[in-house]
Each structure stands twice: as structure tokens, then as C-alpha cells.
Design a protein around this ligand. Structure first.
Ligand SMILES: *[C@@H]1O[C@H](CO)[C@@H](O)[C@H](O)[C@H]1NC(C)=O
Ligand SMILES: *[C@@H]1O[C@H](CO)[C@@H](O)[C@H](O)[C@H]1NC(C)=O
Ligand SMILES: *[C@@H]1O[C@H](CO)[C@@H](O)[C@H](O)[C@H]1NC(C)=O
Ligand SMILES: *[C@@H]1O[C@H](CO)[C@@H](O)[C@H](O)[C@H]1NC(C)=O
Ligand SMILES: [Zn+2]
Length: 225
């Protein structure tokens, strides 16, 4: 009898999945967000660019003095530098942004950073973008774009623009202002092409779309234009 009921249950389940009506299903469980947005350095006013460049230069100097490409500085909205961090290896997760957030958290015993901006020499990867969002920064300002590092120079990267992740902030009620390209004329020189050096560990063969150049717009793959 038990076996019979079990078989009946299985048959019912399989029939219901075959005949289930999915026509009312949305395309995904989640809210369809507006197009991803980001402000590029070239669209900032001269005063804004000068302000952000000053702090980006601090992150750049930390990267250079530690023989690294990736460093970050966390700055209060009143202009005070709270802490810095730099990727000096040790773990594939110790990116400059994560190191800076951990440093500030240790120094100030503070978990969230609503009144702070994070400056980073490289566009945040999905791991760091999520970390920056969870820790509630007001702004993130980066220098070199992931697309330029990856597509132009074969630098290994998770190929995703950071604003794709930051746009998901509605899920934790926290949106972040994203500004890209501040002093990338300096940080881009940190990334010489490694296209012929796959063996170094940094180089990959980038799977980028034909016809792409850094002048192309950055529509979101997930959220449209
Ligand atoms: C970065 O370099 C400075 C100056 O050489 C040094 O004092 C500091 O300890 C370095 N930071 C890290 C995380 O290695
Ligand atoms: C800026 O804010 C930080 C953090 O609250 C504080 O420690 C610092 O004294 C302030 N600096 C100025 C110049 O107001
Ligand atoms: C943490 O930030 C402070 C203040 O900017 C800096 O002096 C120190 O080198 C940083 N520590 C690490 C491990 O990066
Ligand atoms: C980088 O660009 C800034 C303006 O965004 C400019 O002030 C600076 O001189 C440039 N630096 C180099 C090394 O080209
Ligand atoms: Zn990262």
C-alpha cells in the first residue's frame, strides 16, 4: 500500500510538471532593473575630476610603493583618508578593495561605510563589488576599466562591468554612485599587454566581441542599454 501511494505520488508529480502552466511566469524571479548607470571621468566637471584624482593618486602611490597594481583608499566625505589597502598576494581573495575594507574595519571597529567613498586603481571585480555594496559605501571610484584590462591587454579578469553588480543594490536597499576612469591614463600603464605571456599566470586569451574598442558604449548584458 505504501509503495502504491509512493508510485502514485511520483506519477502525479511528473504529470503536474509536464502540464504545469508556465505562461504566467515572469522572465526571472527578480525585479527588472533600469539600465545600469555609471559616470565616466570624462563627463565630470573639472572640479569633480580634480577632487577624485587627488584621492585616486593616493591609491596609485600605495600600489606603486608596494610593487602592486591594485590598491584602494577609503575616504570620508569630509576628505579625510580613513585607511588604505593593497593587493600583495597571499590569497586570491585579498584584492586591494577587500584589504582596504578589512583594514578600516579593524582600525575603526566599524562594519558599514555610508559616509565614505572607496577609490581603487582597478574596476572592482564581482567579488569586490559585492563586498563594497554589502559594506554600504556611498561611492566607488575606479581608474582602469575591466574591459580595457581584459580585452586590450589579456589581463585575467572576471569579465563583468562592476555596474552590473552595483545595480543589484536594490536587493539590500543600498545603491552606490559609480565613477570610472579617474586617472586611468596612469593605471593603464600598470597593465602592459600580457597577451603573449599566458604562462605568467596573469595572461589569458580574452573572449571579447569582434569590433569592440574602448570607445564603444557599455550597455549592460543583463539590463539592456
Ligand atoms: C606597502 O609599502 C609600504 C612602504 O614600503 C610599507 O610600509 C607597507 O607595509 C606596505 N604594505 C603592505 C600591505 O605590504
Ligand atoms: C572627518 O570625519 C572623520 C570620521 O568621522 C573624523 O574622524 C575626522 O575628524 C573628520 N575630519 C574633519 C576634517 O572634519
Ligand atoms: C591600513 O591603513 C593605514 C592608514 O591608511 C595604513 O597606514 C596601513 O598601511 C594600512 N594597512 C595595511 C595592511 O594595508
Ligand atoms: C592623466 O590625466 C589627467 C587628467 O585626467 C592629467 O591631469 C594628468 O596630467 C595625466 N597624467 C599623465 C601621466 O598622463
Ligand atoms: Zn576584486
Amino acid at each position: 500500500m505504501r509503495l502504491f501511494l509512493f508510485v502514485l505520488l511520483l506519477v502525479t508529480l511528473s504529470f503536474s510538471s509536464v502540464f504545469a502552466d508556465h505562461s504566467k511566469c515572469p522572465s526571472s524571479p527578480y525585479f527588472d532593473v533600469a539600465p545600469s548607470d555609471i559616470t565616466h571621468a570624462k563627463d565630470l566637471s573639472a572640479a569633480e575630476l580634480a577632487y577624485h584624482s587627488k584621492y585616486m593618486q593616493i591609491a596609485i602611490d600605495i600600489a606603486i610603493e608596494n610593487n602592486s597594481k591594485f590598491a584602494a583608499a577609503i575616504v570620508h566625505k569630509n576628505g579625510t583618508v580613513a585607511c588604505t589597502g593593497v593587493n600583495v598576494g597571499g590569497s586570491r581573495m585579498y584584492h586591494g578593495e577587500v584589504k582596504a575594507i578589512m583594514n578600516c574595519t579593524t582600525m575603526y571597529q566599524q562594519a558599514t561605510w555610508e559616509d565614505y567613498s572607496l577609490y581603487t586603481t582597478g574596476e572592482p571585480c564581482p567579488m569586490c563589488s559585492a563586498a563594497i555594496m554589502w559594506t554600504k559605501f556611498q561611492k566607488v571610484i575606479f581608474a582602469s576599466y575591466v574591459s580595457n584590462m581584459y580585452c586590450e591587454r589579456c589581463f585575467n579578469q572576471l569579465p563583468m562591468d562592476s555596474n552590473e553588480i552595483f545595480k543589484l543594490g536594490y536587493g539590500i536597499n543600498h545603491n552606490i554612485v559609480v565613477i570610472g576612469g579617474v586617472l586611468d591614463n596612469i593605471t593603464d600603464t600598470f597593465f602592459p599587454s600580457v597577451c603573449n605571456q599566458a604562462e605568467t599566470g596573469w595572461g589569458v586569451t580574452p573572449l571579447c566581441q569582434k569590433g569592440w574598442s574602448r570607445e564603444c558604449p557599455r550597455p549592460s548584458r543583463y539590463f539592456g542599454n
